[in-house]
Design a binder for this molecule. Structure first.
Ligand code: ADP
Length: 588
């Protein structure tokens, strides 16, 4: 069920990812197209401006050539009289103009009869050539009639190249005296102008009929008609040329075949604008490879890629820093959590231990109550029975004595028990007061042993005393120390089988302290109980079936007294082998 769900999830994610990729690709293609369109439009605009700029420049440059001739004519006419006019005076002007500007092929004067009478340089001037004789008088007649400058179309020159003829009529006081003809080397002039302006792109110039006046690449095409040499199916170029012939400004794209056989071609983008020169309306075109647009688009993308890489790197860097900071926080948080968890586990364990101790204590108290009740009731029962028998006077006198002794023993036993309870309560409330008196070590031990000698005798247990110290006396609380000895010896006797053995060893630790060992070869204490036997009410065997009496207070009182006197108490024991209780006491 789960794996089916997962497969569906994967499928949905895959479909969504594919849709996302498809939409990104289509958006990318769309954007690319739009960018290309925008860049192309911009490029076309820029190229059109460029071609207009060149056209205007060329226009001005060529116009200056006419103005120069017109100024010369006006200057001459102004100072002349019809009768005194002499065309020879143009000779020096022609020479000056020719030498000053190398745009002229020749400068000539045609007299009223249509004959070339003077010219400069002479090598380019057919002196005596009559226009009427060779049917070349049309332009001459035209300027004579119109009294205005006229430019005839480009024509092959003798020395090669194309020349345009600028006809300027010479009238003195309304009397026609002839014309000046300035032949301009239009190809060289155009090229000189373009070279001076260092223009990027190929350039051609056509007249209003489509005749090529200038072509920066194919010089051999000059003089041919562009419409006639263009391939029929090159509709792009045909459209451009049509617009140019109409005298329009604009831009266009066409395919230029570099090699027809291999079908190798290149797209060209053309901008064209008119050149108005006198009575002529020419059209100048600037051609560039369409690759320029692509490389412009490429440079746009390059800039964008730079931007993307830059921002991407910044985002990546910031992301990395954020990740590092977060992971550091995470580590710190984890460490803090681990620390807190460990502390929590520790306090949990402590709580558990405390709880266990409380449970044990509670159990020990319950046990104590039952033990104390038992321990109190037993002597009471014996006392009662003995008392009743004594009251009835039913026993012989030696039995009566025994009964009285029994009563006394049981009363002592109960007194001890109550004393123990009082001692425990005093130790708990810090209310136990210790005396300090000189005690003889020998005496102290003898007294203690005599207190338990009956018990030991009952079980046939021998007690050896070994005192190995040069200290004879100590300053301490005799009664309390006797109580400790008696408690430990009583236990040793209680937990040692019949015919057992007890050793009491006393030795010096240093000048200020003695050490006492009470060693038995009894039942010993299990390892896991060693730490708890000094607790109040604790008994290793606390069952009602246990053979020996006791309340579980003896060791707790012994520890309280020893520590109160400034010493320490501990036990080493092995089950079934015996126990060794040791305590230290300061000597002063
Ligand atoms: P009790 O009145 O039961 O003797 P204690 O506080 O004196 O109380 O001793 C506590 C328990 O320590 C005893 O019940 C016993 O189980 C164990 N114990 C004390 N001394 C010895 C010993 N010498 N050998 C074996 N067990 C001992």
């Amino acid at each position: 069920m789960d794996s089916k769900k997962t497969s569906w999830n994967y499928l949905i994610i895959a479909v969504l990812a594919m849709l996302l990729i498809a939409s990104i690709i289509s958006y990318g293609i769309d954007t690319n197209r739009e960018v290309k369109e925008v860049v192309e439009d911009q490029y076309r605009e820029r190229q059109l401006l460029l071609s207009k700029h060149i056209s205007l420049g060329l226009e001005k440059y060529l116009s200056e050539k006419i103005f120069l001739l017109e100024i010369v004519v006006n200057h001459k006419v102004k100072d002349s009289h019809p009768s005194s006019f002499d065309y020879n005076s143009f000779s020096s002007d022609f020479e000056t103009i020719y030498e000053y500007s190398d745009d002229y092929y020749a400068l000539q004067f045609v007299d009223v009869n249509g004959t070339i009478v003077i010219g400069y340089p002479e090598k380019n001037t057919p002196i005596g050539y009559n226009l009427y004789d060779f049917n070349q008088s049309w332009a001459f007649e035209h300027v004579k009639e119109s009294k205005d400058t006229y430019i005839t179309g480009p024509r092959e020159l003798q020395e090669g190249g194309m020349g345009t003829f600028v006809w300027v009529p010479v009238y003195v006081d309304d009397q026609f005296k002839g014309t000046i003809v300035g032949i301009i080397k239009i190809y060289d002039t155009t090229e000189k102008f373009l070279n001076d302006h260092d223009i990027a792109g190929d350039i051609y110039l056509i007249d209003s009929n489509g005749n090529i006046i200038y072509d920066s690449i194919y010089r051999d095409r000059v003089g041919l008609n562009y419409i006639e040499i263009v391939d029929d199916d090159n509709f792009g170029l045909r459209d451009i040329l049509e617009d140019q012939l109409k005298g329009l400004d604009g831009t266009g794209i066409y395919i230029s075949y570099l090699d027809h056989e291999t079908n190798k071609y290149e797209s060209k983008i053309v901008s064209y604008s008119t050149v108005n020169w006198g009575n002529h309306k020419w059209s100048l075109a600037v051609k560039n490879s369409y690759d320029d647009v692509d490389s412009l688009v490429g440079s746009v993308y390059e800039k964008q890629a730079d931007f993307v890489v830059f921002t991407g790197s910044i985002i990546l860097l910031i992301g990395l820093i954020v990740v590092l900071i977060l992971s550091r926080w995470n580590h710190e948080l984890e460490a803090e959590i681990t620390k807190k968890t460990t502390a929590l586990q520790k306090s949990n364990q402590e709580l558990k231990d405390a709880n266990e101790r409380l449970t044990n204590l509670d159990k020990a108290k319950t046990d104590f109550i039952s033990i104390v009740s038992h321990e109190l009731r037993t002597p009471l029962a014996a006392i009662r029975t003995s008392s009743e028998l004594l009251k009835d006077n039913a026993c012989p006198s030696h039995i009566q004595n025994e009964m009285l002794e029994l009563i006394i023993r049981n009363v002592d036993r109960q007194t001890r028990m109550v004393t123990d309870l009082l001692d425990v309560s005093r130790l708990d409330s810090d209310g136990m007061r210790f005396k300090k008196e000189k005690i003889s070590i020998n005496e102290l031990i003898d007294l203690s042993v005599s207190e338990v000698s009956l018990l030991a005798k009952d079980k046939d247990i021998s007690i050896d005393i070994n005192i190995d110290t040069n200290k004879k006396e100590i300053a301490s609380d005799k009664d309390r120390l006797t109580q400790v000895f008696v408690n430990l010896l009583t236990n040793a006797i209680k937990f040692t089988p019949v015919k057992g053995h007890i050793d009491i060893q006393v030795m010096s630790v240093n000048d200020t302290c003695i050490k006492v060992n009470i060693i038995d070869n009894g039942i010993g204490i299990p390892k896991d109980k060693i730490d708890t036997i000094f607790e109040k009410f604790y008994q290793v065997d606390h069952t009602s079936t246990r053979k020996v009496g006791g309340t579980g207070l003896g060791l707790s009182i012994a520890r309280g007294i020893i520590e109160g006197l400034g010493g320490e108490i501990w036990v080493e024991s092995e089950e079934k082998k015996g126990s060794k209780f040791t305590f230290t006491i300061p000597t002063s």
